[in-house]
Design a protein around this ligand. Structure first.
Ligand code: CAA
Length: 258
């Protein structure tokens, strides 16, 4: 498949998707989002890929939804074409781990795509924000909900109401990102983490991701019950037997993914 707005690279069991629309700071136009969805489908169905990295350029991860495309939208057109909610959720619904490596701007939909990933790395020059308020809008790609769950109500509310950007250091301090790294080491550190995740059992890592995700959607007691069910189910998997045997024999586990 050929792509015009993104690039795909595969390295050591990691699929790297680079948003590549430099003339618009990787603004998330419909074509780009559709290509991103196709790329995620491809990488998800590729058994040689254990982890996915989503990144942009030095200047921008993504500066948001494409404002030029939004200019003519009405309630009916946005609603009927499932604008934002449709393909965008593919990032969040991906069953393999996805890491966002953010250099430069991650604004509006750009920050929401990063929030939909499982882990985030950024640099001191990264800028996160939800500036939709300045366009007479609110975040529409899950920003209000994901920011609340990640940062808490107060900080999420301030970001959404003010539309102000925060830098990488502040993002790290408030827990919006997992790691703050120098610009020069962003790729190396991201790949180190991605390759580590890619060495785990593909089956177990999917279950682990689903178990943690449950905390975003279920009450605590239902989440605990769900975790127990998944934990017990894993005792019947080949990979659990392999992992335990490898530990006891001081060997490296060779996962089957079953
Ligand atoms: N959509 C379309 N084009 C965009 C864009 C966007 N979100 N962001 C930047 N661009 C384009 C600019 O129009 C410009 O193109 P031209 O040269 O053809 O005019 C080019 O990218 C470079 O941008 P700037 O000249 O503005 O670069 P800058 O360095 O001076 O400023 C910036 C960078 C602060 C990120 C600024 O571009 C900006 O504020 N962008 C918009 C950010 C924004 O409001 N994002 C939210 C979008 S709405 C949304 O995302 C809804 C949602 O919830 C999903």
């Amino acid at each position: 498949m050929t792509y015009e707005n993104i690039e795909i690279e595969i390295q050591d069991y990691v699929g790297i998707i680079t948003l590549n629309r430099p003339e618009a700071l990787n603004a998330l136009c419909a074509d780009l989002i559709s290509e991103l969805g196709n790329a995620l489908d491809d990488l998800e169905s590729n058994d040689d890929i254990g982890c996915i990295v989503l990144t942009g350029s030095e200047k921008a991860f993504a500066a948001g939804a494409d404002i030029k495309e939004m200019e003519k939208k009405t309630f009916i057109s946005a609603y009927m074409e499932d604008f934002i909610t449709g393909d965008w959720e593919k990032v969040s619904n991906c069953r393999k781990p996805i890491i966002a490596a953010v250099a430069g701007f991650a604004l509006g939909g750009g920050s929401e795509i990063a929030l939909s990933c499982d882990l985030r790395l950024a640099t001191p020059r990264s800028k996160f924000g939800t500036p939709e308020i300045n366009l007479g809008l609110i975040p529409g790609g899950g920003g209000t909900q994901r920011l609340c769950r990640l940062l808490g109500y107060g900080r999420a509310m301030e970001m959404v109401l003010s539309g102000e950007m925060i830098g990488g250091e502040e993002a790290n301090r408030i827990g919006l990102i997992n790691h703050l790294v120098d610009e020069d080491s962003l790729r190396e550190k991201t790949m180190e983490i991605a390759q580590n995740l890619a060495t785990k059992s593909p089956h177990t890592i999917r279950i682990a991701k689903a178990a943690v995700r449950t905390a975003l959607e279920q009450p605590f007691s239902a989440g605990i019950q769900s975790e127990r069910d998944l934990f017990c189910e894993l005792f019947d998997t080949a990979d659990m037997a392999i992992g335990v045997k490898a530990f006891l024999n001081r060997e490296t586990a060779e996962w089957t993914g079953a």
